[in-house]
Design a protein around this ligand. Structure first.
Ligand code: HEM
Length: 482
């Protein structure tokens, strides 16, 4: 092991304990891809906050400690980067954007993305979120009117509305997938994430040499999306050429990106496409999964649902509508419900990091190129950091309010649902706004209850973590508060 001279440490990653694997393959075949986050959590119980796995002879360290994870997330893009293999898979399919970029390229793309998603833009985008939420409300009324309101797979609706929101934000296009159910682009988009996840988790890149039917379908889906986005990029370029003043007040992410480019060194088509698509990928699954988990808790906990509904009536009145972004901050209990759902069911439980240089974390030396999984769900659901950690208690997030009983163990740093440090999710405010608006719209008019036993709704990991078997019954809201 070749080391830089001035690093001080007590042990190296070779000294870390971990589950015993098989000769040559190590722990590779012990992994259950749809549950790896649970496996990482269970192994942390056995081997501690920092332990190692072995995949075909390559060590991968799992860290569940909030302090270590803070350190890693903070020191990007200098000491750490995302897994290079993951970035390669994403870049190979042409989605070369801010999520996979590193170094100076990342800095430049991050600036534009962050600006496009800042509070001023989210606030001015608020009416679009309400528009899409109202469409969902109309659609659910139709389900009730046509007796299709039982056993409804609610996650599909959330995937549609989050795609609508992101395409509106990214290039001002209203896909309206709630009403246009057979939109071919939405169907193609749905094929991309699962394939990327599959490739990231496949040890050898077989797809480069042999294409399966699903690889071919994936290529076709990608070609469709490239041509769909390509038209927007050309049209927007044309619009800006005709009306350069548009660049002074960009109305969507694509215009903002074009406005920010350096005349001498403009973005390539691939960079523009990559970032548009990154927005869509990053904004869709994580938000719709979170909304689905929030709905799971509301549908399975009638008392929580009633409290949310009461707060809505108290703040909006009978039949009241959300009219401004500023109203949202008043929804203290509903926001706490969302935060607690994100604690117990984080949509993004694992982040994959690689050391750019020899680096010491705690007292352990990680040589350059070491792979580290910053495992985020373990600490969020642990008794070490949150009192009564296995109970759904939104009140723990309202501790500044008088009388909150959960102030004993409450380590906010242990919840990193949006990641952390320099690369923390730039879409946090947009996501929080979307989720709150959708929950208020849902709970204002409807009651939901699980159509399946609670224990049948299980966690499914596929890069993000979603509920499997989440079916609900939607009925008109029964109790109103005068
Ligand atoms: C509840 C919803 C969401 C969750 C839980 C979530 C979570 C995350 C997490 C954990 C990361 C990695 C952060 C890190 O490496 O430290 C991330 C990155 C990112 N997210 Fe989100 N996200 C959500 C919604 C959104 C939305 C709505 C958008 C935009 C439309 C978005 C755009 C991004 C982008 C562009 C990155 C990459 C940032 C970078 O590498 O610099 N996210 N998100």
């Amino acid at each position: 092991m070749e080391l830089t001279k001035d690093v001080h440490y007590k042990q190296t990653i070779d000294d870390l304990k971990g589950p015993k694997g098989l000769p040559l393959v190590g722990n590779l075949f012990q992994l259950d891809k749809s549950k790896i986050h649970n496996q990482y959590e269970d192994w942390a119980e056995e081997f501690g906050e920092l332990y190692s796995l072995n995949f075909l002879g390559r060590k991968v360290v799992v860290s569940t400690s909030p302090t270590n994870n803070d350190f890693i997330l903070k020191h990007r893009p200098t000491k750490f980067r995302r897994f290079s293999k993951m970035a390669e898979v994403i870049e190979n399919v042409g989605i070369d954007g801010v999520f996979s970029a590193e170094g100076d390229v990342w800095k430049k793309q991050r600036q534009v993305t962050q600006k496009a998603l800042d509070s001023k833009n989210v606030k001015s985008f608020f009416p679009n979120i309400v528009l899409v939420a109202n469409r969902l409300e109309e659609y659910w009324n139709t389900l009730i009117d046509t007796s299709q309101n039982k056993n409804h797979e609610i996650m599909n609706d959330f995937m549609r509305i989050t795609v609508d929101i992101t395409t509106l934000l990214a290039f001002g296009y209203d896909m309206n997938t709630i009403n246009n159910k057979t939109d071919p682009t939405q169907e193609q988009i749905a094929k991309i994430f699962p394939k990327i996840n599959e490739r990231i988790n496949t040890p050898l890149p077989f797809w480069k040499y042999i294409k399966t039917t699903s690889d071919k379908e994936f290529d076709q889906a990608l070609a469709h999306i490239k041509s769909f986005f390509g038209d927007f990029i050309s049209n927007t370029n044309q619009k800006i050429e005709d009306k350069p003043e548009l660049l002074e007040n960009p109305s969507n992410f694509l215009e903002a990106m074009l406005a920010s480019q350096d005349k001498e060194n403009p973005y390539t088509w691939e960079e523009i496409f990559g970032n548009l698509y990154t927005m869509l990928l990053a904004g869709e699954d994580s938000t719709s999964n979170t909304l689905s988990w929030v709905s799971y808790f509301l549908a399975s906990k009638k008392d929580v649902q009633l409290k949310v509904q009461k707060e809505i009536t108290d703040l909006l009145g009978e039949n009241g509508e959300l009219v401004s972004f500023d109203q949202l901050k008043l929804f203290k209990y509903t926001s706490a419900v969302i935060k607690e759902a994100m604690r117990m069911k984080p949509a993004s439980p694992n982040l994959f990091m690689e050391a750019n240089e020899d680096v010491v974390i705690g007292d352990v030396l990680f040589p350059k190129n070491s792979l580290i999984i910053t495992q985020l769900s373990k600490s969020a659901r642990s008794e070490d950091h949150f009192e009564n950690s296995q109970d759904f208690l939104p009140e723990r997030w309202m501790q500044k309010e008088a009388g909150c009983p959960f102030t004993g163990r409450h380590n906010e740093k242990a919840l990193k649902a949006f990641g952390g440090g320099t690369r923390t999710c730039p879409g946090k405010l947009l996501a929080e706004t979307e989720i709150l608006v959708f929950v208020i719209t849902m709970m204002k008019s409807f009651d939901i209850k699980l159509s399946v036993p609670e224990e049948e709704v299980i966690e499914k990991y596929a890069f993000t973590m979603s509920p499997k078997n989440l079916f609900v019954e939607i009925t008109p809201r029964e109790i109103t508060y005068k």
